[in-house]
Design a protein around this ligand. Structure first.
Ligand SMILES: [Zn+2]
Length: 416
């Protein structure tokens, strides 16, 4: 019981409501002996405080009555391991107080459920930074879209964060901007546990997304010799394409490629040679494919933008950024999925969005209508190994939902 309380404290985010004052909570009654953070918690009273905006570790330590020199030294030590100069406002820390000693004994700060920082306040300077072991178990999830992907995931009893992992698996083949009522999904995913509490998600190992009369599959496979690695479809062909479907997640297309669009800012008919994805300020923008930055700058119309040359044939361009990610200068190599900037509204823009432009042989084209070349197929000798794994996952997917397509009769390799 004690550990449940503590773990829910550690995970406590958003913080308890506070109005700038530090809220001292009462000590929790602890029934079973509980060892956590390397101490027997039973002998301490626990209190929980919220980090205030702009508060530094030494502010907190001074506030607890630590000597200024000790506080400074501890802060410096920890800054090497963890950026304590930037404690995250709103996160909580715990103070462990043994009533038999004078003053508080330990301060525990967990920037995430995966790690914590322990400061021994009695022996100013004794410190520990611990990465907790992660245990991984496979979990199953299934849902059906009634209104949104968010609702479908949450209604099925799962965290929305799992949607992100599902998108990792299916991003090349499912257009998540156009999910439809009646779409369904089943997943085999990695659930991470830290100290027996659910922490985050690892990878989605297998996914089936059913939409428009089709089942789309992705299976994560690493061959025994590690030469084949990534997501593969039902037939063992790679799912990862040359290009991602969009440069931002959870956005919506607010304006399509259109040669006769009425421009909302300039108030005249002007071709729209890109696809606009509306998303909140600061949303990361990612490179849709590997390439080299060919332009990086600011113009009156484009605002802050980056252009990437992918190969002789294709380039992409990302406009109206709030700012670029560090190091995004001409000549820099980027990989598919790398963050290159953040959504903004610089230049001629009415609201936060990224205007995404796709160039083919020097001409701007509508990327939503292009068929891209496939990735290299998996060499045949790996297929038996892949099919074995796939069939295991397929059975798991089938245990929580049904496909909408019947597997073809003459395809002997498709079991179930
Ligand atoms: Zn645009």
């Amino acid at each position: 019981m004690g550990s449940t309380i503590v773990s829910s404290l550690v995970a406590a985010s958003p913080p308890p409501p506070g109005d700038g004052k530090q809220v001292q909570l009462q000590a929790f009654p602890i029934i079973e002996p509980t060892v956590r953070y390397g101490v027997a918690l039973d002998t301490f009273s626990l209190s929980l405080d919220t980090i205030q905006f702009g508060q530094t570790l030494s502010d907190i330590l001074l506030g607890m009555g630590m000597e200024p020199l000790d506080a400074l030294r501890s802060s410096n030590t920890f800054n090497d391991m963890l950026d304590v100069r930037n404690l995250r406002a709103g996160l909580t820390y715990q103070v462990l107080d043994d009533p038999d000693t004078k003053g508080p004994d330990y301060m525990i700060y967990s920037p995430s459920v995966y790690r914590y920082l322990k400061l021994d306040l009695q022996n100013g300077g004794q410190d520990e930074y611990v990465k907790l072991p992660i245990r991984v178990e496979e979990g199953l999830a299934a849902g059906k879209i009634e209104s949104s992907l968010w609702n479908a995931m949450v209604d099925s009893g799962h965290s929305f964060a799992l949607t992100d992992k599902m998108e990792d698996a299916l991003q090349w083949s499912v257009d998540f901007y156009h999910v439809q009522k009646g779409d369904a999904f089943q997943l085999v995913y990695e659930q991470e546990y830290v100290e027996d509490s659910e922490a985050g998600f690892g990878r989605v190992k297998a996914a089936r997304y059913s939409t428009g009369g089709k089942d789309i599959y992705a299976f994560y496979f690493v061959s025994k010799d590690s030469t084949q690695q990534g997501y593969f479809g039902l037939d063992g062909q790679p799912k990862d394409a040359l290009f991602l479907k969009a440069p931002v997640r959870y956005s919506r297309i607010s304006s399509r490629f259109n040669l006769r669009r009425f421009h909302p800012v300039q108030r005249r008919v002007k071709p729209h040679l890109g696809t606009d994805y509306a998303a909140p300020y600061g949303t990361p923008i990612v490179a849709v494919a590997n390439g080299t930055i060919s332009k990086s700058g600011r113009t009156r119309g484009n605002g802050i933008y980056v252009k990437i040359r992918h190969d002789k044939r294709y380039s992409t361009q990302y406009l109206h950024m709030q700012k670029r990610a560090p190091g995004m200068v001409v000549g820099k190599r980027v990989n598919q999925g790398d963050v290159i900037g953040y959504v903004g509204s610089t230049g001629l823009a009415t609201g936060p969005h990224v205007c995404f432009r796709f160039w083919e042989n020097g001409r701007q084209v509508d990327h939503t209508r292009l068929n891209f070349p496939d990735a290299e197929p998996m060499p045949e000798e790996y297929l038996p190994e892949f099919f074995e794994l796939r069939d295991t996952y397929l059975a798991q997917l089938n245990s929580v939902g049904d496909p909408i397509e019947k597997p073809s009769e003459d395809d002997a390799t498709v079991s179930k």
